[in-house]
Design a protein around this ligand. Structure first.
Ligand code: ZN
Length: 152
């Protein structure tokens, strides 16, 4: 990655870390999931509103480092109006981004703006900060699936 791109990525993370989007409690959420990263002390609560198997609204509250705040901000921004099945794919793609040494171009293109967090793969402790909101999302998605299964 060239220096210019790295600086740009850094800027996006700092911006979202300082001014997180969707940082609020959601009224009447369909799902609420808490997340805690003991390595860094990041704590967050993720709120999702789901209708017709689609995430119609997403927000979060909490306290944590710039990486965890930026990751939550960017994630909630991206998953709004996304079908639940696609959010699952996005979770997998993000995991790939932050854990694989050289994620495929296809995955980077699919993730778009979320690739700014790819740099954490060089800092193992930071990976947990970046993936915290994603694990909260995944827990919600698993609950949704369970609910779908139980009604059959
Ligand atoms: Zn952190």
């Amino acid at each position: 990655m060239n220096d210019e791109l790295r600086a740009l990525y850094q800027e996006v993370i700092i911006d979202h870390g300082r001014h997180p989007r969707n940082f609020k409690k959601l009224d009447h959420p369909s799902y609420t999931q808490e997340g805690y990263n003991p390595l860094c002390g990041d704590r967050l609560t993720l709120y999702l509103r789901i209708a017709d198997n689609k995430i119609i609204d997403a927000s979060f509250e909490g306290q944590g480092c710039a990486i965890s705040m930026a990751a939550s901000s960017l994630m909630t921004e991206r998953i709004k109006n996304m079908p639940v099945t696609e959010a699952r794919q996005l979770f997998d793609a993000f995991q790939n981004l932050v854990t694989q040494p050289d994620p495929p171009k296809k995955i980077r293109e699919y993730l778009g703006k979320l690739t700014v967090l790819g740099g954490v793969r060089d800092f193992p402790v930071r990976i947990k900060c970046a993936t915290l909101p994603w694990h909260a999302l995944n827990a919600c998605l698993n609950n949704i699936t369970k609910q779908i299964v139980s009604t059959e």
